[in-house]
Design a protein around this ligand. Sequence first.
Ligand code: GLU
Length: 502
Amino acid sequence: MPENSFKKVRTRIAPSPTGNLHLGTVRTALYNLLYAKCHDGDFLFRLEDTDRERSTEEFTNEILDGFEWLNISWDDPSSEDAPEGATMTGLVEDNIIKQSQREAIHKNYIQKLLDEGKAYRCFATKEELDALRAQQQANKEITRYDNRSRSVSKEESDKLAEEGKAFVVRLNLGTDRDITWNDLVRGEMSINTKDLGGDPVIQKSSGQVLYNFAVVVDDFAMQISHIFRGEDHLSNTAKQIAIYNALGFSVPEFGHLPLIFTQDKQKLSKRKHGDIASVNTYKKQGYLPEALVNYLVATSYTDETIGEVFTVDEAADEFEIDDISKSPAIYDIKKLNWFNREYISKLDYSDILSFCKDFSKYLLANTKYDGDKIKLMLEGVQDSIDKFEQIDTHIGYFFEDFTVINEKEIKTLEEGKQIIEKILILIDHDGINFDEPASFKTGLDTIGKILKLSGKKLFMPVRIAISGKTSGPDLGLIAHLIGKEKIIERLRIAVAEAVKTA
Ligand code: GLU
């Protein structure tokens, strides 16, 4: 157990249901989960649904469904070691803590800080604050709240509150000082309170307790010992440490993870990049959850002993914070597709079939092929599927005729016209046994010898002619599945096309 005052390692993920489940949230969850697992600790889940206007049931369900799909689950948050004052209020089904149900607790702590003079009411109006900002801008100063309401006496503050004057509650950060912590990922961190925009608001005038405050109260109640989250939370961490100290709670350890950026060096976001940021997209397109999980961990994590392809359990056994990269993770769809192909290629046939069926109009309406042939077909394309959504582009030619329109491919047909003609003659002379996939290749090799051609030059025109594609399963397998009659028809069409364009 790393050094701090907590009895057990407890980590958590605390998503806000104000948007889709973001890849970054899942990645953060995974590092928290791995850290907890590797220290025999707990990984917990809290739904931060206090922003009433922006939180929705729909996003809540999407987040929970997403985690379920990814096979990421969390532990029971109740704890025998819970300190005095900590309560599991808000614990609902499935070990979820709902922050919105803890509002009364948050407010009690706000009141405690007010009573102790560690927080104060700020009655500054919007106009006043706008004027302050305008003045600071004119003076080319950094805009920040100037802590003016610190000096309002307790009597005056109580009187104004009683009169019904609107106020927010701010934490008194005291005289300027460095807030420091030893970040688990980034090392020594120091942020001066003067860079935090003035005393932070912890409760809005509507009475809503703000994130930085609620998060501290809840992490304390859940006895969270280690918090991994994105480095966009660095200044929040400084504020939260000040809140922990004001409340007299033990401060957990923090580790700030590099964010995910796109290739053009922008932070991956729904607003800028749309659906690629959201987990649901990958579920809908037929990615395997294990592949997405592996990819997300691997974006910022390299461990030589486990290599690139690993399960959560394998990664947890070896998990080392030092193996987390400090530079931004780069979203790379090619890499994700590589992981997905790796995982698809290892699937059992029954799984392949059921995934393919979910995504294929051809398989749904199939009356052409029996089960054995479908198996040969799907096993033939299994290694080249990036995602199941693509399945029909890989198997369409088994079910439907096609027209070659790509100029380069038409040219290949033209150049290979002789090969195609010769294979037609061979078929005509019963030189190819269609029940025997290897026979087609033997026939083609013989033609290659006669024409002194081999490799792509020999195979590609035939492949294009019978499948309309430049890659795919073994040609003999394609011929076997499609059958003699159809193959002859397609080869003849290809010759005719080649003549037309020649
Ligand atoms: N609800 C916050 C978010 O989604 C949690 C951040 C944290 O881990 O403290 O960004």
